[in-house]
Design a protein around this ligand. Sequence first.
Ligand SMILES: [Zn+2]
Length: 265
Amino acid sequence: MRELNNTDYWIDTHCHLNLPDFLPDQAAVIDRARQANVRRIIVPGIDPESSETAKKMAEAYPAVFFAVGVHPNESADWDDSRLKDLKILATHPKCVAVGEIGLDFYREFCPPPQQLRSLHAQLELAEEIGKPVILHCRQAFEVLWPILQDWHRHHSKNIGVLHAFEESPEAAAEVTAQGFYVGIGGAYTYKKKKQLSEVLKTVSSDKILLETDSPYLTPTPYRGQRNEPMYIPLIAEKVASTRNISTEALSEIVRENTFRLFGNL
Ligand SMILES: [Zn+2]
């Protein structure tokens, strides 16, 4: 997939281009991203259907890679027979991870025991196929982190990213020390998120990934509108200035981080 001479590009490591929000204009969204030098987009699944859609998009667009998974909020009717379908999708050459999986005790669309069943089964799937995980964690860090530590201890190659990271700087230090990555997105441009700016200042640079989480979490000054991968440079500017490095330097760092976790895109 290295059809570009220009290797100096941004990657959106978490973008829900497979949701109905983007159905009318997905090609235009990818084109606008390319014009903003965002040349790779990782599209996670939230259920088997959206994982299948993500696969089709990856086959249609060179810029798109994908992950397969069942989101905690979509786990209500989880049963282990779903694993078979996910596994077939997950062996696709453009599938870079299992995700988005995790725990959400904020919304609780799905009872926690059911979320846990789906999480454990999909962590095992990731281990079996040797791919990293993309994690959603909402008010559940105290439960999720010990599970991840166990999983990682079992096999040192088991690793992943805590996407839309919203925990404390101490938690960031702990997860990155164990090799996990943190996904930094639009929420870091919001003025009220003081804790996140502390995370940004202190987290280890070789564990930062950039993401939009489109269509959600639109960065300032476009908050309230639909988010798009073309806004990655806005997030990057904020990160670079907080860390006192150039955007060029940041671009290289986050690209290398992305390749280390997901392979060369
Ligand atoms: Zn997401």
